[in-house]
Design a protein around this ligand. Structure first.
Ligand code: UGA
Length: 435
C-alpha cells in the first residue's frame, strides 16, 4: 500500500513510522519546512522511546520519506491519513478544525484514482462529513471515500501501543475503503488485534468516549484517594481490590496529582462542548474536568501542609516536570499549576526532569533548573515527586536526605513506601495512603 500521512506531530510521525515498518510505502507531509528538513537530517522533533531507531530503519529501507509537497504523495496514495493538530479553540474549548479543513482542501486538489481519506486526528463527531463535503466541493470528480480511524496510542509507549493495540477502529460504510484499511492494518490483525468496522460518526465518538472514560476512571480514584486519607484507608489497596473485578479492571487506577497531557484535558473539554451543542449535557464529564482542575491547583496546598502550612522563604525541590514519564511534553502538566501555587505561597522552587527541562523553561521561567536530583535536594525544605520517571524509583535516598535542609518528601505518585521512608528519617506524605 502507498500511504500519505499529513502532519508529522505525535500521531502522524509514530503512525507513519509504524506503517512503514509494516512494509507499506509511506510519505509524511508537513507544511513546516524546518521540521521536514530536520526529519530529513534524521532528527526526531519529539522524545519518544525507539522512534528514532524505527524512523532510521524505514528511511534507509526506502519505505519512509518526508516532504513539504503534499500533491505528489497524495496523488500516488491508496490511503491519505489526516493527522494534523486539533488544539482547543481559544475562548470556547471546542476542537479547532482549521488544520483539518485546510488539509482536506489541499488533498482534494491532488487526488488521483480511488483514494481513502482517513481522519486519524482526534476530531469531533461529524468532522468526517465536513471533510467529505470539502473534498467533493473542491474536486467534484474525485473518486474518494472518507473514513475515521482514531488512534489510541499513549505518549511514551506510542510504538508499543501502535503495534499491539487492544483494537483498531475503522469507521466507514464504504466497502472499498474497508478493504483498503483492512490491507493497511493486515499485519496487526494477523497478530490477533481485533479490527472493528463501524459507521464513521460512531468511530469518531468512540475516541472521545474512550478518553473521557479513562479520565473519569483516574478522577474517580483520585477522589477515593482524598477519602482514603481522611478515613485511614490505602487507595492503592482500594484500587487493587476493585481492579481485580474484571468488570472494572486494574489499569488507570493510579491516584496522583490529576491528569494532564495533550489529550485528556483537551478532548474532555471538546466532548462537553459537542454534547452541549446537541443539548445533551454530560454532567459526569463536566464534573471530571472541574474536579481535575481543582485537584491540580490543590497540590501546592498539599505541599504547604506537609511543611506546617507556611511556605514563605522555603525552598521546594521538584523531581519531574513533564505530564508523565518517557516524554518531554509539558502540555497541561500538573507541575505547571503546582509551581504557580508554590511561588504564590512565597516558596523558591528548584527542579530536575530527565528530558523535559528545555520544554519546561518556556512554561516555567521563574524556577531554578538543576542537573540532577541531588542538586535539587541541596538545602531543600521539601522534595516533591511530581512525575514518576523510573530513575526516581532508584535514588540514593540517604544521600538525598543528607543534601536537604529538612527531610520532607511529598510523593505525588506513590512510588515509595511510607515505612521505608520513615525508617530512613523522612517525613513522608503521599496520595491517598491514610492507612
Ligand atoms: C491518552 C490515552 O491514554 C491514549 O489512549 C490516547 O490515544 C491519547 O490520550 C490520545 O488521545 O492521543 P496520553 O495522554 O499519552 O494518552 O497519556 P496517558 O498515559 O493516558 O496519561 C494521561 C494522564 O493521566 C497523565 O497525566 C497521567 O499521569 C495520568 N494518569 C494516568 C493518572 O494520573 N493515573 C493513571 O492511572 C493513569
Amino acid at each position: 500500500m502507498r500511504i500519505a500521512m499529513i502532519g508529522t506531530g505525535y500521531v502522524g510521525l509514530v503512525s507513519g513510522a509504524c506503517f512503514a515498518d509494516f512494509g507499506h510505502r509511506v510519505t509524511c507531509v508537513d507544511t513546516a519546512a524546518s521540521k521536514i528538513a530536520a526529519l530529513n537530517r534524521g532528527e526526531i522533533p519529539i522524545f519518544e522511546p525507539d522512534l528514532d531507531r524505527l524512523v532510521a530503519a524505514s528511511v534507509s529501507a526506502g519505505r519512509l520519506d518526508f516532504t513539504t509537497d503534499l500533491a505528489g504523495p497524495v496523488g500516488e496514495a491508496d490511503a491519505v491519513f489526516i493527522a494534523v493538530g486539533t488544539p482547543s479553540r481559544r475562548g470556547d474549548g471546542h476542537a479547532d478544525l482549521t488544520y483539518v479543513h485546510a488539509a482536506a482542501r489541499e488533498i482534494a486538489k491532488a487526488l488521483q484514482g480511488f483514494t481513502v481519506v482517513v481522519t486519524k486526528s482526534t476530531v469531533p463527531v461529524g468532522t468526517g462529513d465536513e471533510v467529505e463535503r470539502i473534498i467533493r466541493e473542491t474536486n467534484p470528480q474525485a473518486d474518494v471515500a472518507v473514513a475515521s480511524n482514531p488512534e489510541f496510542l499513549r505518549e511514551g509507549a506510542a510504538i508499543r501501543d501502535f503495534k499491539h493495540p487492544d483494537r483498531i477502529v475503522v469507521g466507514t460504510s464504504d466497502e472499498r475503503a474497508r478493504k483498503v484499511l483492512g490491507e493497511v492494518y493486515r499485519p496487526l490483525y494477523l497478530n490477533q488485534a481485533p479490527i472493528m468496522y463501524t459507521e464513521r460518526r460512531t468511530a469518531e465518538l468512540i475516541k472521545y468516549a474512550a478518553n473521557a472514560f479513562l479520565a473519569t476512571k483516574i478522577t474517580f480514584i483520585n477522589e477515593m484517594a482524598d477519602l482514603s486519607e481522611k478515613v485511614g484507608a490505602d487507595v492503592q489497596e482500594v484500587a487493587r481490590g476493585i481492579g481485580l473485578d474484571n468488570r472494572i479492571g486494574p489499569k488507570f487506577l493510579n491516584a496522583g496529582p490529576g491528569f494532564g497531557g495533550s489529550c485528556f484535558p483537551k478532548d474532555t473539554r471538546a466532548l462537553v462542548k459537542t454534547a452541549l451543542d446537541h443539548d445533551v449535557p454530560l454532567r459526569i464529564v463536566e464534573a471530571v474536568l472541574a474536579v481535575n482542575d481543582n485537584r491540580k491547583r490543590a497540590m501546592a496546598r498539599k505541599v504547604a501542609s506537609a511543611l506546617g502550612g507556611n511556605l514563605r522563604g522555603k525552598t521546594i525541590g521538584l523531581l519531574g516536570l513533564t505530564f508523565k514519564p518517557d516524554t518531554d511534553d509539558m502540555r497541561e502538566a500538573p507541575s505547571i499549576p503546582l509551581v504557580t501555587g508554590l511561588l504564590d505561597l512565597g516558596a523558591k522552587v528548584r527542579a530536575y526532569d530527565p528530558v523535559g527541562m528545555e520544554q519546561a523553561k518556556g512554561e516555567l521561567p521563574d524556577i531554578t533548573y538543576c542537573e540532577d536530583p541531588y542538586a535539587v535536594a541541596k538545602d531543600a525544605d521539601a522534595l516533591v515527586i511530581v512525575t514518576e520517571w523510573r530513575q526516581f524509583r532508584a535514588l540514593d535516598l540517604t544521600r538525598l536526605k543528607r543534601e536537604m535542609a529538612n527531610p520532607v518528601m511529598v510523593d505525588l505518585r506513590n512510588i515509595y513506601r511510607r515505612d521505608e521512608m520513615e525508617e530512613l528519617g523522612f517525613t513522608y506524605e503521599s496520595v491517598g495512603r491514610g492507612a
